[in-house]
Design a protein. Structure first.
Length: 141
């Protein structure tokens, strides 16, 4: 068994849930997380090319809702830490189906832009279903 953890864009969550259900993995845990990658949370380089829904457009200036982070982008305030809101999807799958799930996650979440996210795969030693006492693969089915 492997645990797959995917950190994805917020707007990609519905598509991600749909594709996982279609390939037979409707059981997931979802968390709201904030973080930053190599760009250290600096999203200014991509804001000019995107609208608020994350759709690519040719706008030269994007009107943003006033938040401390977006205010700092447009002013001379120092940006101590700009964290980007994301969703974290976690599931446990049998070893032989890991590549199927990972390929589906990449297909749905790839925009070829910074901030598409990350996928982590880690081994799971055992799983136990609390209600029935089932263990191993039976507990995750």
């Amino acid at each position: 068994m492997k645990e797959i953890t995917a950190i994805i864009r917020r707007d990609k969550l519905p598509l991600t849930k749909n594709i996982l259900t279609e390939i037979g993995f409707p059981s997931v845990s979802i968390q709201t997380v904030d973080g930053r990658g190599k760009q250290r949370g600096d999203v200014a380089c991509t804001l000019a090319d995107m609208d608020l829904d994350g759709q690519v457009c040719n706008a030269t200036h994007v009107k943003l809702k006033a938040t401390p982070s977006t205010y700092a982008l447009e002013h001379t305030l120092p940006k101590v830490a700009l964290y980007v809101p994301k969703r974290m999807v976690t599931m446990v799958v049998p070893d032989d189906l890991v590549s199927t799930v990972v390929k589906a996650l990449i297909k749905v979440n790839s925009t070829s832009q910074y901030g598409d996210g990350k996928i982590f795969v880690a081994p799971i030693e055992d799983a136990l279903r609390i209600r029935t006492g089932e263990a191993g693969g039976e507990a995750i089915a």
